[in-house]
Design a protein around this ligand. Structure first.
Ligand code: SAH
Length: 335
């Protein structure tokens, strides 16, 4: 929904009107202006005509009913994806896209194959939230809510910093969605100026950095961004962020068979990751073509080496392989 246009339409209405409508859209998740209470028929008609609530998307559900992927069609014909993971513990995490495609060209990433197409507007990021919030409400009842938002979908959030932060404000603002900042995470391929800017924001959102290799040579091969922002500078930026915020930084490390999952890799990684407030999240590779995932044994062994070296390391549970939930897999395919 176009928030700016909504404000414009309501500018001659009394102030409480905007509040009512804001509540209907961002808290009650209406998908049709006819479902908004307390507003006149004329205003409803005007809103229908000028400020559509429609979000054009299709949902693919995994067999176990825990992972849902939405393919959303944007007004200019581009497609993006959002993924919802409903954990058994009652939390539901929504993975949102920040760009159509991505300029990162990481070797293992399906979105990288598409190239960069355009930045998303904050409204288009919020629509991904509204789309799933409505879906959860209609499928499972009002109590079923999105509890976490992670900017780990298509795109590089820090190359669309302004719009991503606008979306973060709307997610976080009590008057809008009201999600705790600590339930919002941004994952970056390591765009240092973005890390520096985030350190100065008042919101306490979580920062995740995709590392995926323990040294510059391998990292540059896997992630071209490393040629610009190498590991040493990147970790310095992370240290500064921690000093400023006193918050944990999560380093994501994808485990790819025979590429970055050897014992030596684990030893090298533990050397650079052994710092207070650093944590490593090991991610089983979701096969998208080029590579194979590491075996379960190797993943466990890798973690053991990190743990023994005193590094805080967790293994991310993998969901949704049967619906191609890895970022960019669907939008790329349907092109
Ligand atoms: N550009 C940002 C955010 C989007 S990618 C970033 O790089 O962090 C979100 C995460 O998914 C990153 O850690 C990325 O490396 C990872 N990822 C990409 N392709 C994947 C795949 N096929 N399987 C598992 N994780 C993948």
């Amino acid at each position: 929904m176009d928030l700016k246009r909504l404000k414009k339409i309501l500018k001659d209405e009394p102030g409480f009107r905007f509040k009512q409508i804001r509540r209907a859209v961002f808290r009650n998740f209406i998908s049709d202006w006819d479902d908004a209470t307390n507003i006149s028929k004329e205003l409803k008609e005007e809103l229908k005509e000028k400020c559509s609530l429609e979000i054009d998307g299709e949902i693919f559900a995994s067999k176990d009913g825990r992972t849902y992927k939405a393919l959303i069609n944007l007004s200019d014909g581009e497609k993006i994806e959002a993924v919802l993971i409903r954990n058994k513990d009652g939390r539901s995490s929504l993975c949102v896209s920040s760009q159509v495609g991505c300029a990162g060209a990481c070797a293992f990433c399906a979105t990288g194959k598409m190239g960069f197409r355009r930045n998303l507007k904050s409204d288009e990021m919020i629509d991904q939230f509204l789309f799933f919030a409505r879906y959860l409400k209609n499928s499972f009842g009002k109590e079923e809510k999105i509890t976490n938002v992670i900017f780990m979908g298509m795109g590089e959030p820090f190359l669309n910093y302004g719009e991503v932060m606008k979306a973060v404000h709307i997610l976080n603002d009590e008057n809008f969605i009201g999600l705790g900042a600590r339930n919002i995470s941004i994952s970056t391929a390591g765009i240092i100026p973005g890390i520096e800017k985030l350190a100065e924001e008042k919101e306490q959102v979580n920062l995740a950095i995709s590392l995926h290799a323990p040294d510059d040579e391998l990292r540059s091969e896997l992630m071209p961004v490393n040629r610009r922002y190498g590991i040493e500078k990147l970790l310095k930026a992370a240290d500064k962020y921690i000093a400023r915020k006193n918050r944990k930084v999560m380093f994501e490390y994808l485990l790819i068979d025979g590429v970055n999952d050897s014992q030596d890799d684990a030893i090298e990684l533990s050397k650079i990751m052994k710092k207070p407030l650093y944590m490593v999240n090991l991610i089983p590779y979701n096969p998208t073509g080029n590579f194979r995932p590491s075996s379960r044994e190797k993943v466990m062994k890798f973690r053991k080496i990190l743990e023994r070296a005193g590094v805080d390391a967790t293994i991310r549970k993998s969901y949704g392989a049967d619906i191609h939930a890895a970022c960019g897999q669907l939008a790329g395919k349907n092109k």
